[in-house]
Design a protein around this ligand. Structure first.
Ligand code: CA
Length: 515
């Protein structure tokens, strides 16, 4: 076993692909000018950790290659051993959507992985929950405060009597009124609200709170009526409510019947194929694409082999790598659906006077990611290596098994919300810069791309993939370990964000106008 400290003190870089003419510096704190790597390369200038070094002299205008793909062009000559800084890299054009080969390199179906289970809650619709939660749907922001007050009282006064229920979630959002509800695009937030209510972790126990005069009337959500004899909507403007106390009491009363039924449920062994695992990254750095995301990709392959659904998303972080995915589509039809979602998003960004380069953050740059192309190539590693089986639009519920592209913005909260609407019952979130992210509706396993982050935030990061960069673990080791951790979390083991009840608010994607 090599000494981990010694392993990192030797100047070390990671080159992902044999064709790459750049590599990233592994050492904590970066390396000074003159630092010499084992291969004999020495640095012409200081290079921060996770940033790129030129492995050979790159002429002005020549391609800068990482992941075996051109991530940009040299804005000026980059001598061997120099720092390939963001301002020295010019952004290439994105791949033209109408010229991308579809379903040309379809991976063979992977060998099935049998016998893996988790302890979950069986639902009437065939899905399985990893948590046993009461969800309270809201039709409009106007009721959010009231629902918060009621949810707090449910936690304090009712939940102690229902120990098998994990919690209550107010599905608050800013949609519902003051919006162009018939505009194209409005169907996205509306179906998102509907499908959030039907997430497997709510056990089919739907209840909704409406104001009364809002544009998004409860009927428009099209929620299934599971028990015709039992009302499931409370209208705060209803004549029967003579004061605020009446409204809160009505919510508590409706909640109580549902809590009784939820409380009667118990965890039972469920096959791993009942998992719907959403993959996401946030606060990415240059290590994300060599440690955390490939680990997630390996675990994604194991999940697909076990028959589960793996969702990957974040359109702007896939756009520049879409030629890799189009070829992996299981059919031309699925490939065309992928291009349709990319084109929709190109158009959406263009209407707002932006393009995919608007995705890139100051933290990404500090973390060594020069541009969106480099970020996308690292991001796509989360999808693993299996065939792309299906494509879903924002807000849709996903029923297919295997690898599914769910089109969403890359915004952490919007992506997480849309993955929950798609039926996600476990979430894996990779981060390089670090973010205290969490969701109330499903367990979130947070994976750090660097060991330094995992050490600095030991009570937030669930999994350290940085061991891969320092040579202490392989992608395969970490992938299996993460797969097992997902099964444990699905079985009820609390992740760090759950231990702190650290939950980000839901954020709906509304591409339609606000009035
Ligand atoms: Ca994200």
């Amino acid at each position: 076993m090599p000494d981990p400290e010694a392993a990192v003190s030797q100047p070390r870089y990671v080159r992902v692909h044999p064709a790459d003419n750049v590599a990233i510096v592994v050492n904590d704190g970066g390396l000074p000018a003159g630092a010499r790597f084992e291969c004999g390369l020495s640095l012409a200038e200081a290079v921060p950790q996770a940033h790129k070094v030129a492995l050979q002299t790159i002429a002005e205008g020549a391609a800068i290659v990482r992941y075996g793909v051109t991530i940009g062009f040299a804005a000026r000559e980059l001598p061997r051993g120099s720092w390939v800084r963001e301002d020295r890299v010019l952004l290439p054009e994105p791949p033209a959507l109408d010229r991308i080969p579809l379903a040309t390199v379809v991976p063979a179906p992977p060998e099935p992985l049998r016998g893996f289970t988790f302890q979950g809650y069986r639902n009437a619709d065939g899905s399985a929950g990893t948590r046993n939660l009461l969800g309270i749907t809201t039709t409009v922001q106007c009721v959010a405060g009231t629902v918060d007050v009621a949810a707090e009282r449910i936690r304090r006064e009712l939940l102690p009597r229902f120990p098998n229920v994990d919690g209550v979630v107010a599905l608050n959002h800013t949609y519902g009124c003051g919006v162009a509800i018939n505009a194209p695009g409005a169907e996205i937030p509306i179906r998102t609200v509907r499908h959030l209510a039907l997430n497997p972790n709510f056990g089919g126990e739907v209840m909704a709170v409406s104001l009364g005069c809002e544009k998004l009337q409860p009927e428009r959500l099209g929620l299934p009526v599971l028990r015709p004899e039992e009302p499931f909507v409370i209208r705060l403007q209803g004549e029967e409510h003579r004061c605020f106390g009446d409204m809160v009491a009505a919510i508590l009363q409706m909640a109580e019947r549902r809590l009784e039924r939820l409380n009667a449920r118990a965890r039972v062994p469920c096959p791993a194929s009942d998992l719907v695992v959403g993959m996401q990254c946030g606060g990415s750095d240059a290590f994300s694409g060599v440690t955390a995301n490939p680990t997630v990709g390996y675990a994604a392959d194991l999940l697909v082999r076990a028959g589960a659904t793996v969702l990957f998303s974040e359109v702007t972080e896939v756009r520049d790598a879409v030629h890799l995915l189009g070829a992996r589509a299981v059919s031309e039809e699925v490939g065309r659906a992928l291009m349709r979602e990319m084109a929709w998003y190109d158009d959406y960004l263009a209407r707002g006077g932006a393009d995919r380069s608007a995705n890139h953050t100051p933290g990404n740059k500090r973390g060594g990611l020069s541009n969106i192309v480099e970020k996308a190539l690292g991001s796509v590693a989360k999808s693993g290596t299996t065939a792309l089986r299906a494509v879903a639009a924002p807000g849709e519920r996903v029923r297919e098994k295997g690898l599914v592209f769910l089109a969403t913005p890359a915004s952490d909260f919007i992506c997480g919300t849309l993955q929950l609407a798609a039926g996600m019952n476990a979430h894996v979130f990779t981060t390089g810069e670090g973010t205290p992210y969490g969701l109330a509706m499903a367990p979130v396993v947070k994976v750090s791309s660097r060991t330094a982050l995992a050490r600095r935030w030991p009570d937030l990061i669930d999994f350290d993939a940085g061991r891969i960069a320092t040579g202490q673990a392989t992608i395969e080791d970490c992938g299996w370990e993460l797969f097992r951790m997902i099964l444990e979390a699905a079985s009820g083991r609390k992740t760090w964000s759950e231990q702190w009840t650290l939950y980000n608010a839901l954020a709906l994607f509304n591409p339609a106008p606000v009035t």
